[in-house]
Design a protein around this ligand. Structure first.
Ligand code: PLP
Length: 451
């Protein structure tokens, strides 16, 4: 059914020059705009809408919770959905990750992890502790607020705000297609993990509070999967120097990579686990930091409080929606499905795009797949950033009725990429449809760039 598009004079977008289409309905893996055009949501919004659009169970839970109580403030009261959701997560999180601090999104969550790491050392060692730095990596994304952006390595996102940011050091990424050390995964002996240790030593381990990393890098570089052993090495390094390990699973958490939490691929227990996106599958804003028991106990025993908090932390509506999403994920076996469909998707995209003139690399884990676009497949030369190839790829896909998550890279010597990460409910026919649409879109783009 076509709906008359509204005139949009006052909404402030990210892209200030291009008016956006208005979506009026979502159902399963599809979105529909005011003109009745259908889009296959090939990136679940921003790899968030993991159980698909228009889920009735979640809508019903939201209605019931809104009628019961929509808002309480955590400084005075707790609430049922928050208690149950914290229990649910603690029972499933690896190791003794068992204390759940709720916020409203990914940046708030990484920011919270940063402050929690700092307060842990203040409480443990006293206010004079020199430990405040967080070691992150280049080509990473940890959010847009100032603390989160200080950890973020992605240069273009940081650059206008550099004077406002903390001077956190950035080590090399685990980026096998463009190994920063020119090595091969079979013989590199995890040189990129050694770089994290060298960065730590250069900074002085006694000044470092934490190391933060995404288990699989998402928006910043298009599904960078580290070599096996990398995360175990990060754990060893952090243990050796008494530094907290933070896994930023805002994008990978809750099943995206085919395990409930991506660190489970490598049997690593971080000290802080950062969550958002798939936590409510986009139905409500929510995020969390899950702390290991000793971190939480240090704050409890020393200062007795975490000097931090937000109005919407542990919001009953958001927690109720998130809990229902998690029940659906488990009852419908959607994490296993993400793994199975992810294998099909990666295989198909490698088959279809493996020798495409614009494609340098197709990589991924579970339903998180990155396609890196290059000007020259042999030299791996990126397109000039002024060509805007990433956003043109996004537009080419949109014209074909496919939504992808594009990211630029040339500003830091990488190729542009598109990130693919559909809802986990996608079936094999829809995976084929996605692969067809993406191939056609890249053919359109190749024609456009040649013409
Ligand atoms: N961390 C990671 C790994 C992310 O992918 C994102 C968002 O894409 C964030 C943090 C920031 O989350 P939000 O956009 O909810 O603030």
């Amino acid at each position: 059914m076509a709906v008359v598009p509204r005139v949009d004079d006052h909404l402030f977008y990210r892209d200030l020059r291009r008016p956006l289409r208005e979506i009026v309905r979502g159902e399963g893996v599809y979105l529909y705009d005011t003109e009745g055009r259908r889009y296959l949501d090939g990136c679940a919004g921003s790899l968030a809408a993991n159980i698909g659009h228009g889920n009735r169970r979640v809508a019903e839970v939201l209605r019931r919770q809104a009628e019961r109580v929509a808002f309480t403030h955590l400084s005075r009261f707790t609430n049922g959905p928050a208690i149950e959701l914290a229990d649910w997560i603690a029972e499933r999180a690896p190791g003794d990750l068992s204390r759940v601090y709720f916020v409203s999104g990914g940046s708030e969550a990484t920011e919270t992890a940063l402050k929690l790491a700092r307060q842990y050392f203040v409480d443990r060692d006293g206010p004079e502790t020199p430990r405040w730095k967080v070691i992150a990596r280049r080509s990473s994304y940890h959010g847009n607020t100032l603390g989160a952006l200080s950890m973020t390595g992605h240069r273009a996102r940081r650059s206008p705000y550099e004077p406002l940011l903390n001077a956190f050091p950035h080590a090399a990424p685990a980026y096998c297609y463009r190994c920063p050390f020119g090595l091969e995964p079979s013989s590199c002996r995890l040189r990129c993990a050694t770089d994290v240790e060298e960065t730590l030593l250069r900074e002085g381990p006694e000044t470092v509070a934490a190391v933060i990393a995404e288990p699989v890098v998402g928006a910043a570089a298009g599904a960078l999967v580290p070599p096996d052993g990398y995360w175990q090495r990060l754990r060893e390094i952090c243990d050796r120097y008494g530094v907290l390990l933070i896994a930023d699973e805002v994008m990978t958490g809750f099943g995206r990579t085919g395990r409930l939490f991506a660190v489970e691929h490598w049997n690593v227990v971080p000290d802080l686990l950062v969550l958002a996106k798939g936590m409510s599958a986009g139905y409500t804003p929510i995020g969390a930091v899950v702390a290991r028991e000793p971190v939480w106990a240090t704050l409890r025993d020393r200062s007795g409080r975490f000097v931090h908090g937000h109005t919407y932390g542990a919001n009953p509506l958001s927690c109720a929606a998130s809990l229902e999403v998690q029940r659906i994920l488990e009852e419908e076996g959607l994490v296993e499905r993400a793994e199975a469909m992810g294998r099909v998707l990666l295989g198909l995209l490698r088959e279809r795009l493996g020798s495409h003139p614009l494609v340098g690399d197709v990589r991924g884990l579970g339903l998180m797949v990155g396609v890196e676009l290059v000007a020259d497949r042999v030299t791996r030369e990126p397109f000039p950033s002024s060509w805007g190839v990433a956003s043109r790829a996004g537009l080419a896909a949109e014209r074909r009725g496919l939504v992808v998550y594009p990211g630029s890279g040339a500003h830091e010597g990488r190729g542009d990429h598109v990130l693919i990460g559909p809802p986990f409910i996608i079936d094999a026919t829809q995976v084929e449809e996605l692969a067809d649409l993406l191939e056609e879109s890249l053919n359109d783009l190749a024609g456009e760039l040649a013409g």
